[in-house]
Write a protein that binds this ligand. Structure first.
Ligand SMILES: C[S@@+](CC[C@H](N)C(=O)[O-])C[C@H]1O[C@@H](n2cnc3c(N)ncnc32)[C@H](O)[C@@H]1O
Length: 271
């Protein structure tokens, strides 16, 4: 269970500070969140169930709920200190929004979602996983999605050419300056107001970092997505090292084969 905010902490202040901090760390952050919401809206039913993987304080979930007034969103995050901020941000949406504390590195999280999802989305979170963990999360997300559902992931994507990768990273660094300092300043301030146990609880939940800040190559993502039952793979947006990538859950090939066999097994009508 994630923590409750102490009475003296105003969630609105820290939600606002989170968004400013993330904007300081990412070029055109808002554009990628809006694009994910837009792609969901144009491709999925109005009452879609959407899962936000690594929801943090709920920024992407919020963009989806605003763009799709009939949709329901489930936000998942491991961090017990960010989920109360997500809960506060999404509270105006009532039963259309729910947040769950779960670790995407562990097997059980899809069981907490319920009915089949039409969207699995994520912003700046999945590079916190190593390749084997992320490949498994893609498979789990592919398993959760109904055929026609969509996976959309906004995250850094590394170029396999080191010079191109360096060029993109330097371009971003020039635009943003010292984004590390913004991240540190948010966390120093927030953990200080939460009190001494918060940092320990957070550390216990996060465990050892095995991700890669620079992300994984596009081709690697596409292979892992294809192996998860997704097709129509695409890079929908790109700024320097960051991209929005994803694909569409294909009809179950095994299911089609089974249906074909059932048809073949039907007795020939005797006319
Ligand atoms: C940079 S934040 C982005 C949060 C949010 N998506 C946004 O755009 O503001 C990365 C998030 O991923 C979450 N995360 C990282 N590893 C995770 C894991 N194994 N399971 C669940 N959440 C995870 C972190 O706790 C954090 O909230």
């Amino acid at each position: 269970m994630y923590m409750a905010l102490p009475d003296h902490v105003d969630p609105r202040e820290w939600i606002e500070r989170w968004d400013r901090m993330q904007e300081a760390c990412l070029v055109d952050r808002g554009e990628r969140l809006d694009l994910i919401a837009e792609l969901l809206a144009v491709s999925q039913p109005e009452d879609a169930l959407v899962v936000d993987l690594g929801c943090g304080t709920g920024s992407l979930s919020h963009a989806v709920l605003e763009r799709m007034p009939g949709a329901t969103v489930v936000g998942i995050d491991v961090d017990p200190t960010l989920l109360p901020l997500a809960e506060a941000r999404l509270e105006p949406y009532g039963e259309r929004a729910r947040v769950i504390q779960a670790d995407l590195r562990q097997a059980g999280w899809p069981g907490q979602i319920g009915r089949g999802a039409r969207g699995a989305v994520s912003a700046t979170a999945l590079h916190w996983l190593d390749r084997a963990e992320l490949a498994r999360v893609y498979r789990q997300a592919g398993g959760l999605l109904e055929p026609g559902g969509i996976l959309l992931n906004a995250d850094p994507v590394r170029s396999e050419h080191p010079d191109i990768h360096r060029y993109r990273a330097e371009w971003e660094h020039e635009l943003l300056g010292e984004s590390e300092a913004a991240w540190r300043s948010f966390w120093d301030g927030y953990l200080a107001v939460l009190g001494p146990d918060a940092a320990r609880e957070r550390q216990r939940a996060l465990r050892a970092w095995r991700g890669d800040d620079e992300g994984y190559p596009l081709e690697w993502h596409f292979e892992a997505m294809r192996a998860s039952g997704l097709g129509g793979l695409d890079c929908f947006w790109r700024r320097g090292p960051d991209a929005v990538i994803g694909g569409i859950k294909q009809p179950d090939a095994g299911g089609k084969d089974r249906a074909r066999k059932r048809m073949k097994a039907k007795p020939t009508p005797a006319w």
